[in-house]
Design a protein around this ligand. Structure first.
Ligand code: FAD
Length: 332
C-alpha cells in the first residue's frame, strides 16, 4: 500500500429529518482544521436519494469537494448499499482520512467499511489531530472508565477511519455563497443485489429524543424506588423537553431500556444540562456525564458522591422536589 496515493480529509455526511445531521457539520469543522494542517482538501461524501440539494450547505460549512451518490437505491440507510458506495469511492479516490459521526448509522457503516477494505477504525473519538508531515491521524478517546485518554493510530492501512461523538467538535460559522466542486458518482448495484429490504419505517410517537444528541437529559437512579416511582423522571423530562437517561442499576431493574443508560458501559453524553436524580454518583456513572455543561443533582443523602461532581445540588427527597420543579416549569 503506497501511502503517497492517499490524500484528503473526508467526512461521511448523514441526512436526518430532512437536514444535514449536526454531527456531520461538526465533523466538517474538525475536518477543515485537519485538512488545513495537512495542506490538503476537505471532502464530504453524501449518499442518498434526492440529496444534491444539501451540497451547497456542505460547501458553506467548509467542504471543498462533495462526492454524491444520488439514487433511489439509497432512499433508506442500508448497510449493504451504503457500504458498497463508500467502499468503491475509497478505492477510486483514496482519501487519507474518513470520519463518521458516532451515530447508529455511522457506527454501523464505519465498522462494515473497515472490515471490507480492510483498514483500522477508532470508535467514539473525542479528540482529533493529524501529523502535518506524515498525515498520521491521532484519534483519541477515553479509556479505562475515562481515567486515561488513549490515542489510537492506524499505521499500516489507509484510509484512516474514526467515528466521532456528536457534540464534541465545533461546526464552522457558515460562509454564505462559498462554493466547491461537485463530483457525481454511481455504483454498479441493483435493488435485487441488496438483501435487506425496508418494509416499513416506524417512527417514535413520543417526543423522547435520543440521549446522545439531547441538549437536556433528566437521568434517574435507584433512589426513585421503583418503576412506578421512575415515572416522575419521564414526567419531568416531558415538561422541559428533555431526554430520559438513567444509571445501570435502573436499566438492570428493567425501569428503562439499555440505550438510555449513561456511564462506562452505557453512553457518554455531553448535554447542556444534566439532571442526576436519585443517582449516587458512582465513578462508572460519572465518566459518562461529567463533561455535561451544567450538572444538577437531587439526592436525599448530603454525602452522596454526586455532590462532588455537580454544579448545583439539592439535598432532598426526589418525590418532593421533582413535583415542585414540574409545577414550576409548567407555569413558566
Ligand atoms: P445507588 O447507588 O443505589 O444510588 C441511589 C441514590 O439515590 C443514593 O445516593 C441515595 O442516597 C439516593 N436516594 C435514595 N432515595 C432517594 C430519594 N427518595 N430521593 C433522592 N435521592 C434518593 N453504573 C452506571 O450508572 N452506568 C454504567 O455504565 C455503569 N457501568 C458499570 C460497569 C462496571 C464494570 C461496574 C462494576 C459497575 C457499573 N455501574 C454503572 C454501576 C455503578 O457502580 C453503580 O452501581 C450504579 O451507578 C448505581 O446506580 P444508582 O446511583 O442508580 O443507585
Amino acid at each position: 500500500m503506497n501511502f503517497e496515493d492517499y490524500r484528503g480529509i473526508w467526512v461521511f455526511i448523514e441526512i436526518k429529518d430532512g437536514k444535514v445531521a449536526p454531527v456531520s457539520l461538526e465533523l466538517l469543522g474538525a475536518g477543515r482544521e485537519l485538512a488545513d494542517k495537512r495542506k490538503s482538501q476537505l471532502a464530504g461524501l453524501l449518499i442518498g436519494d434526492g440529496v444534491e440539494e444539501y451540497v451547497q450547505t456542505l460547501y458553506e460549512y467548509g467542504a471543498d469537494t462533495v462526492y454524491v451518490y444520488d439514487d433511489p437505491l439509497f432512499n433508506h440507510y442500508r448497510t449493504e448499499s451504503f457500504m458498497r458506495a463508500v467502499f468503491d469511492c475509497c478505492e477510486k479516490h483514496k482519501p487519507e482520512v474518513l470520519l463518521y459521526g458516532a451515530t447508529a448509522n455511522g457506527k454501523d457503516l464505519a465498522s462494515a467499511v473497515a472490515t471490507d477494505l480492510p483498514t483500522g477504525l477508532t470508535a467514539d473519538t473525542t479528540i482529533l489531530d493529524i501529523e502535518e508531515d506524515t498525515g498520521l491521524l491521532l484519534a483519541s478517546r477515553p479509556a479505562f472508565g475515562g481515567n486515561i485518554m488513549a490515542t489510537i493510530l492506524c499505521k499500516k492501512y489507509r484510509p484512516q477511519m474514526a467515528t466521532v461523538r456528536p457534540k464534541v467538535m465545533k461546526a464552522l460559522t457558515p460562509q454564505e455563497g462559498r462554493s466547491g466542486e461537485l463530483v457525481r458518482e454511481t455504483v454498479d448495484l441493483k435493488e435485487d443485489d441488496i438483501r435487506t429490504k425496508v418494509l416499513e419505517i416506524v417512527r417514535e410517537t413520543t417526543k423522547k429524543s435520543s440521549i446522545d444528541e439531547a441538549d437536556i437529559i433528566v437521568a434517574g437512579g435507584k433512589g426513585l424506588g421503583s418503576k412506578a416511582g421512575f415515572e416522575l423522571i419521564h414526567q419531568f423530562a416531558q415538561v422541559i423537553g428533555a431526554a430520559v437517561g438513567g444509571s445501570r442499576d435502573v436499566v438492570e431493574a428493567g425501569w428503562i431500556p439499555h440505550q438510555n443508560q449513561v456511564g462506562q458501559t452505557g453512553l457518554t453524553v455531553t448535554p447542556k444540562i444534566y439532571f442526576a436524580i436519585g443517582i449516587s454518583g458512582a465513578i462508572q456513572h460519572i465518566v459518562g456525564m461529567q463533561n455535561s455543561g451544567l450538572i444538577i443533582a437531587i439526592n436525599k443523602d448530603p454525602d452522596a458522591p454526586i455532590f462532588q461532581t455537580c454544579h448545583y445540588g439539592i439535598v432532598g427527597d426526589a418525590h418532593e422536589v421533582v413535583p415542585l420543579l414540574i409545577k414550576a416549569f409548567e407555569k413558566a
